[in-house]
Design a protein around this ligand. Structure first.
Ligand code: MG
Length: 380
């Protein structure tokens, strides 16, 4: 696509996004009016609006079960081109629709006239307040989408990755009743790897149900649900006999010595998720975990996620890219990094009933990144 055709497509995207926002009918009361910062066409213009994600099935993990996820959709406009971004806020991460809207409303992006000064812009965004990682990620994703579109290239190409190196994605089965788990195993038919959430009193029963239906490799995520290191190790050894690839966050993140104890003895790699958020956490994970699960809503977006991946590789650690329940916007952004990864868990968009973008595809189980500029999404 040449630049002129692209700008036309981007302009159509603006209109489509506006219609989707109005027709969606799910905007919440707090900051329900889309907010826009001032700025001419050669200044960055930020706008955002809440968009509640509806889950296809109630989703159970070791700590809770939910049916909705709060989310804020973001756009950055520059010279008629729009970059799309998103903040997803599962409750356990501490951000809310209100906190994200408040953070975004405090940004003055119209002071910037060159979107390619990403270091400067994102350092400014990071300096406004601590934490607010999903809010920061939404700006980072939209800025990557915008700059990739201005360059006319997807980010995986700008970074120089080979898309065919992207791994298979796992498809997640949450903690649920035996009957629902049986149904969900049927839904995993298109996928080659199954991720299972453990950490309840019925772990072995749940795995046995899955194993009675399929011998596909399992990724196990205990979500900090195991509390005793010896019992956890025994469970890991049991899972190792049942075609398991790795164990994610077996113990509470505070149990560092106990996790290192398990890692020394475990036949399977131990991966950090809740333990780790941003770049400085990678070094803390060394020697405690074998690898890390990078998610844009924790890392503050693609820029820091790329640095985390680079550092983890230099420390000889395994890499996995994950996501929250998100639309295809943030999931496709994360997919740009997939060729760097050992494993991918990019099914967040498949778990929601009201996606608003076309983007990442799973072809024969494998993460397939769209060959489109920016993060590669088109509003539905
Ligand atoms: Mg996890």
């Amino acid at each position: 696509m040449n630049r002129r055709d692209f700008l036309k497509t981007a302009a159509q995207g603006i209109v489509t996004a506006g219609i989707a926002a109005t027709a969606g009918g799910s905007l919440l009361t707090a900051c329900s009016t889309p907010k826009t910062t001032k700025g001419g066409s050669n200044h960055l213009k930020l706008s955002f609006e809440p968009y509640e994600l509806k889950l296809k099935h109630p989703f159970g993990v070791a700590v809770n079960t939910r049916t909705h996820t709060p989310d804020v959709q973001v756009q950055i406009e520059y010279e008629g081109v729009i970059g799309y971004g998103e903040a997803s806020m599962p409750p356990y991460l501490g951000e809310t629709e209100e906190s994200v809207c408040k953070f975004l409303a405090s940004l003055k992006l119209d002071q910037f006239t060159d979107p390619f000064r990403m270091d400067e812009i994102l350092e400014y965004v990071d300096s406004i307040a601590p934490d607010n990682r999903a809010a920061k990620a939404s700006v980072d994703i939209a800025l990557h989408d915008l700059t990739g579109k201005l360059l006319g290239q997807p980010w995986y190409k700008i970074w120089g990755f080979s898309p065919e190196k992207a791994p298979n994605t796992s498809f997640t089965i949450g903690i649920d009743t035996a009957e629902v788990v049986r149904q969900k195993v049927e839904e995993t038919t298109p996928y080659k790897v199954i991720k299972v959430k453990l950490g309840s009193d019925h772990d072995k029963e749940l795995v046995e149900i899955i194993r009675s239906a399929t011998d596909k490799p399992l990724c196990v995520d205990a979500n900090q649900g195991w509390k005793d290191k010896e019992q956890a190790l025994e469970m890991i050894e049991w899972l190792n006999e049942r075609n398991t690839l790795f164990i994610e966050q077996p113990l509470p993140k505070e149990m560092i010595d106990e996790t290192a104890w398990i890692r020394e003895r475990s036949p399977l790699p131990i991966i950090a998720d809740e333990f780790l958020q941003r770049l400085p956490d990678v070094k803390r994970a060394q020697g405690v975990y074998d690898g890390i699960n990078i998610k844009l809503m924790k890392s503050t977006g693609l820029r820091e996620a790329y640095k985390m991946a680079t550092l983890a590789r230099a420390l000889d650690m395994k890499l996995m890219v994950g996501c929250m329940t998100e639309t295809s916007c943030a999931v496709t952004a994360a997919a740009q990094l997939a060729p760097l990864m050992d494993w991918a868990d990019l099914d967040g968009n498949l778990l929601i009933a009201n996606d608003r973008f076309d983007g990442i595809k799973i072809v024969d189980g494998q993460v397939t990144i769209p060959d489109r500029p920016g993060i590669g999404v088109i509003p539905l």
